[in-house]
Structures are given as structure tokens and as C-alpha cells.
Design a protein around this ligand. Structure first.
Ligand SMILES: Nc1ncnc2c1ncn2[C@@H]1O[C@H](COP(=O)(O)OP(=O)(O)O)[C@@H](O)[C@H]1O
Ligand SMILES: CC(=O)OP(=O)(O)O
Ligand SMILES: [Mg+2]
Length: 420
């Protein structure tokens, strides 16, 4: 698969000690860091936290010790990721689970773009860092932040294996017919232009959990996964392997998202350049940060949008309708790609919580064997559950994603006692 010598699956320099049973997971965004410390013997979350608004004046750290359920908040000026991660380390130390503990086996990092080079969890070394850096132009919002998190974590614990888990890895099984754009082959190859897909850790976890919910092995089922968070993507998973996904070269293609447009005619860009007198950077910002739900109605939070709709707000209604129309088109498209569908699974912030989105996306698809039961759809809860009526040919499910657990599991399998 690789177009370069692959540095994947390098062995850690030293095997983890038998007492090293914890994994720290870092998901570093441009101005935030989400973290979790897990005990891999049973998946217990020892601590869960978030640092927001890094480098924006007043930052906020929210740290929950899961064992006691206590949450501590700290407003401070964290100028950069270095300061934020040091504060995280202090909070962990207060709980007696500090970063200096010999029980820590590894730090697992979410890395958004791994190109075609990385198809597996990978122990990070200088060569891996350089490759993640080389991929910045195709994940400008995500890879720089991921790199900053990794570099800071390396300074905090230089002796520990740092493992990268790539959003793109699950999608590397896509056939060429789905992964290639219909543009000149030589140009595409020269610039590595193809569809990579993202949120793969979530699509992998949710498709497997959906099979479980149906009482089947992943190999036996075809699932359409709808990961609807702030970023949103759909995937078609046949027998546990991804065969198509809605995000492409970058996480801009596909569904309507919180601030991203998803699919547009590429000629919109030339038109804005020629007629709208906008620069490439301005158009990039427009499509990535000022479009999607926020561009359509001024809000990117689905809670606010459904509230406004209830008050009769037409602009919010139209934004919702555009969001649903696109979602429905992808459900239909992936139904056709898969031929036979066993389940449609909704996940992430919107998919797990917004019952009106699930109802509207499935409405009218009865001829495809899809239906949502109003009462089941209204149930709230953190467990995977079916929301389709018993007579429906295709299961519709709400399956909470757990990217952190999946990252920790893959990290531990590579470096911890779970390793080969
Ligand atoms: N109770 C809720 N009802 C409707 N939508 C919700 C609810 N909770 C969260 N959301 C939506 O989920 C989004 C965040 O999803 P999440 O998966 O956490 O995103 P990300 O990981 O991309 O930050 C919010 O912007 C909001 O639109
Ligand atoms: C790849 C991507 O869109 O990630 P997120 O949803 O975290 O922005
Ligand atoms: Mg997310």
C-alpha cells in the first residue's frame, strides 16, 4: 500500500514493564487538548480532561477524576500546548496518577492525517514526526496541533513510547474506484491527490460495536456509519472493512458540518477567485470555518438549531433541511455501494444526541427497509441501542463512539502487555 518505505509498527525500544498498565490518550486540537488516562486491565478511566482556548487569553482546564467522580476546573493563561500539558500533568499528580508513574506504559496520540504511509498504529520516532509534518498541507487544521501535542509529550516523558493512531488508517482498505478522483492521473499521483478519509478510529470502533449489538461478527455485517460531530463523515463498511467514506483529500469533503461546507462544485472556488476577488486563503477559511451550519444560520450547535426551529426560525429550519438532505443522499449512496445493508449507525455529538436529526435522515426510506421508532428514538443513554422498529429489515442504531478507548486499546496492543 505504501508509497514510501513504511515506518509502521516499529518495535518500542524497551518492552513495557509488567506493572505498566496505564495509557494516556491525547487528542490535541488547534486550541484545545482532550485527554484520558485509562487502566488497560479493565478499561477504567482514571482521569478525563479538557483544556480549551489555549493561547487565547483565559484558558480553561476541566479535569474529572473518574474514580471519585470529582471535577476540578482551573481558569489560567495557558500560552501554548506545553503549558496546557504541564497543567494536565499537575492535575494527574494531584490524583496520585502522575506522568512519572512507572505504571504508565505509553502515550497514544490521535493524528488526523497519515496519508497512505501509515496503515497501522505506529511508534513515533524522528522519521514518523517528519512524515506527519510533511502531511500538514492536507490537514492544515489538525496535523500541526497533533504534532505540537506529540512534541510536548515527548519532552514530558522522553523514555516512554509515544504512539500515533491515524484517522486515515481504517480507510486505507478503500478500493481504488472509491479512493481516486476522476482527474488526470499523472497530476493526481505527483501531488498524492486521492481520497483518504478521516474519523477512521471512530468508524472502526462504531462498525464493530454495531456488529456486536446485532449479535454478529464484524465480518458478517455491512454497516453505514454516520459520524456526526462538529466534523462529520459517513462510511460504508463491508464485513469490517471500509469500502467508501465521505471525506477526501482533506476533512472538507462530504457532509454538511458545523463550520465546513462539505461537497461543493469545485468551480465555486474559481468563481470566488475570479468574480469574488477572494484569495485562496480567504476561500479556504470560508469553506472550512465560515460555512456549514454556522455559515447557513449563524449557529453550529445542533441544540441551538433545533431550539430555534421550535421557535419558528426559518433560517435555522433551512440550515437543518440542507444538513439532512446531504445526509440522506449519502445514506442512499452507501446503500447502493454496499448492495445489502444490515445496519445504519448514528454516532458522535449530533448522532448520539439529536433525535430530530436521526428521525429526519431516515424518514422516507421505508422502501429501503429503513425506519425509526419514535419512542425508541427518544430514549437517551450512553449504551449502544436500536431505534428501529422490530419489523424493519435494516437495523438503525445509536452507537456512542469512544475514540479514546480505541486509541488506548490500539496503543497498548502495540507496546504494552497486549503486544506480540
Ligand atoms: N444534546 C445534544 N443535542 C443535540 N446536539 C448535540 C448535543 N450535544 C452535542 N451536540 C452536537 O454535537 C456537536 C459536538 O460533537 P462532538 O462529537 O463532540 O464534536 P467534536 O469531537 O468534533 O468536537 C456539537 O457542536 C453539537 O452540535
Ligand atoms: C478529521 C476531523 O474532521 O476531525 P474533527 O471532527 O475532530 O474536527
Ligand atoms: Mg470528535
Amino acid at each position: 500500500m505504501s508509497d514510501r518505505p513504511s515506518p509502521t509498527a516499529a518495535e518500542p525500544e524497551e518492552p513495557a514493564s509488567p506493572t505498566a498498565v496505564r495509557v494516556l490518550v491525547l487528542n490535541s486540537g488547534s486550541s484545545s487538548v482532550k485527554y484520558q488516562l485509562l487502566d488497560m486491565r479493565d478499561g477504567t478511566r482514571l482521569a478525563v480532561g479538557l483544556v480549551e482556548r489555549i493561547g487565547e487569553g483565559t484558558s480553561l482546564l476541566r479535569h474529572t477524576t473518574r474514580t471519585t467522580g470529582e471535577t476540578r476546573e482551573r481558569a489560567d493563561t495557558f500560552a501554548d500546548h506545553d503549558a496546557a500539558l504541564k497543567a494536565m500533568a499537575e492535575e494527574l499528580a494531584v490524583d496520585g496518577v502522575g506522568l512519572d508513574s512507572p505504571e504508565l506504559a505509553a502515550i497514544g496520540h490521535r493524528v488526523v492525517h497519515g496519508g497512505r504511509t501509515f496503515t497501522e498504529p505506529t511508534v513515533i520516532d524522528a522519521e514518523v514526526l517528519a512524515e506527519i509534518e510533511r502531511l500538514i498541507p492536507v490537514a492544515p487544521l489538525h496535523n500541526p496541533a497533533n504534532l505540537t501535542g506529540i512534541r510536548t509529550a515527548m519532552l514530558l516523558r522522553p523514555d516512554l513510547p509515544q504512539v500515533a493512531i491515524f484517522d486515515t488508517a481504517f480507510h486505507t482498505t478503500m478500493p481504488e474506484a472509491a479512493a481516486r478522483y476522476a482527474i488526470d492521473v499523472a497530476t493526481a499521483d505527483e501531488h498524492r491527490i486521492r481520497r483518504y478519509g478521516f474519523h477512521g478510529t471512530s468508524h472502526a470502533y462504531v462498525s464493530r460495536t454495531t456488529a456486536d449489538l446485532l449479535g454478529k461478527a464484524p465480518e458478517e455485517v455491512n454497516v453505514i456509519v454516520l459520524h456526526l460531530g462538529n466534523g462529520a463523515s459517513a462510511s460504508a463498511v463491508r464485513g469490517g472493512r471500509c469500502v467508501d467514506t465521505s471525506m477526501g483529500l482533506t476533512p472538507l469533503e462530504g457532509l454538511v458540518m458545523g463550520t465546513r461546507s462539505g461537497d461543493v462544485d469545485p468551480a465555486v472556488i474559481f468563481h470566488l477567485e475570479r468574480v469574488g476577488d477572494m484569495s485562496t486563503d480567504e476561500i479556504d477559511t470560508l469553506l472550512n470555518k465560515k460555512s456549514g451550519l454556522i455559515g447557513l444560520c449563524g449557529d453550529n450547535d445542533m441544540r441551538e438549531i433545533t431550539r430555534r426551529i421550535e421557535e419558528g426560525d426559518e433560517q435555522a429550519r433551512l440550515a437543518f433541511d440542507i444538513y439532512i438532505h446531504r445526509l440522506k443522499k449519502y445514506i442512499g449512496a452507501y446503500y447502493a455501494v454496499l448492495g445489502r445493508v444490515d445496519a445504519v449507525a448514528f454516532t458522535a455529538g449530533v448522532g448520539e444526541n439529536a433525535a430530530p436529526v436521526r428521525e429526519a435522515a431516515i424518514r422516507g426510506l421505508e422502501e429501503l427497509g429503513l425506519a425509526v421508532d419514535g419512542e425508541l428514538n427518544a430514549v437517551r443513554g450512553g449504551e449502544p441501542r436500536l431505534i428501529s422498529p422490530p419489523y424493519a429489515r435494516v437495523a438503525v442504531a445509536v452507537v456512542p463512539t469512544d475514540e479514546e478507548l480505541e486509541i488506548a486499546t490500539q496503543t497498548y496492543a502495540l507496546v504494552g502487555k497486549g503486544g506480540a
